[in-house]
Unconditional design. Structure first.
Length: 337
């Protein structure tokens, strides 16, 4: 009973308007007791924090749907990422999202590695799934901690980026002219080699974006438009190509097959990206500035561009200039002891 009279004539109030919020008070009259009870119950209505919140029973797939509605459209790869996340939710058994644990995800990752999954791919999946929780948290859609916050990405062995020599570039274009039926492959490859563009960026070029010895790439991976200088001769070639053959078509598969048949030593997974690596590598080897290269490639992080720094002619040469002074003959005498 919420209100009862004690043997001494006073009135005891014991009220629990919601589970976990209990109030007790002893007063002189029944009227006071009723007022206190009413006040406590009213607080539940007036104070949202006191009201019990319904448990979030949504499954992971439902959170992904919500993320797609609220955020995916802002990403250049939003649709592709959505499909990947949907597949990942199925693989994980589409758990109730609030009940997910880092341990469960780590177990899935372990099994995926045993099955031959690429560690870089698994790191990407972890990043995408983390982002779903982070974004929905920021938007107030969920109010619980990210269950994957403490799951660390796998440590990856840094791979040396492959690039083509001038002789290998000639071999590539000979293969393109010999095997590719569409004329667009050679021109797009030339643009990638001249500007460091991604294949998709070059393929999306229109005549209006090639003028005044500049090519302008829009709708890029980094969501930033960038303009790169090109030789006048290349500009003339591109404009002539558009007049003769029309706009570029999707011909990445034709390039991939030609590259594979060319015999050039390109690691699996690089494909058209070898053109971008080739531009960047030659740029640095010929004395280009690393910060300028960052802007040309459109990297948001300098760390990404620094992968090419070791190719610079004077890379780390300061190690022999500014390290501690060493008397080599003394070192030699020590080793003889």
């Amino acid at each position: 009973m919420a209100i009862e009279q004690l043997p001494n004539g006073r009135w005891k109030v014991d009220v629990e308007p919601i589970k976990g919020k209990r109030f007790r008070k002893t007063v002189k009259t029944k009227a006071e007791a009723l007022r206190f009870e009413a006040t406590c119950r009213a607080k539940v209505i007036d104070t949202p924090d006191w009201s019990p919140k319904p448990k979030d029973k949504r499954r992971l797939s439902e959170l992904i749907d919500r993320w797609a509605t609220l955020h995916a459209y802002t990403l250049a790869d939003g649709e592709a990422r959505r499909r990947l996340l949907d597949e990942l939710a199925k693989t994980l058994g589409d758990p109730v999202a609030i009940k997910m644990t880092g341990n469960e995800y780590a177990e899935y990752r372990t099994q995926a590695l045993k099955a031959g999954a690429n560690p870089k791919t698994l790191n990407n999946r972890l990043g995408y799934l983390r982002s779903v929780f982070n974004v929905l948290q920021q938007l107030g859609e969920i109010d619980y901690p990210n269950p994957l916050a403490r799951v660390r990405p796998l440590r990856l062995q840094e791979k040396e980026l492959t690039y083509l020599t001038n002789d290998q570039i000639k071999v590539l274009f000979e293969a393109i002219h010999k095997r590719c039926k569409t004329p667009h492959v050679a021109m797009i490859a030339a643009i990638c080699l001249a500007t460091g563009a991604r294949w998709g960026e070059a393929q999306a070029l229109t005549p209006e974006r090639v003028r005044n010895q500049l090519v302008t790439f829009a709708n890029t991976k980094g969501k930033r438009t960038r303009s790169i200088p090109i030789a006048q001769e290349l500009e003339v070639m591109i404009q002539r190509h558009f007049k003769q053959h029309g706009p570029f078509s999707n011909c990445i598969n034709s390039f991939d097959k030609t590259l594979g048949a060319s015999g050039l030593p390109v690691p699996a997974g690089q494909s058209s990206h070898v053109l971008r690596h080739t531009f960047a590598s030659h740029f640095i080897m010929n004395g280009g500035n690393i910060l300028t290269l960052q802007k040309i490639l459109g990297h948001t992080s300098l760390a990404m561009t620094m992968r090419y720094a070791h190719l610079a002619p004077d890379h780390l040469q300061d190690a022999t200039k500014f390290g501690p002074s060493i008397w080599w003959h003394e070192a030699e005498s020590i080793t003889r002891c």
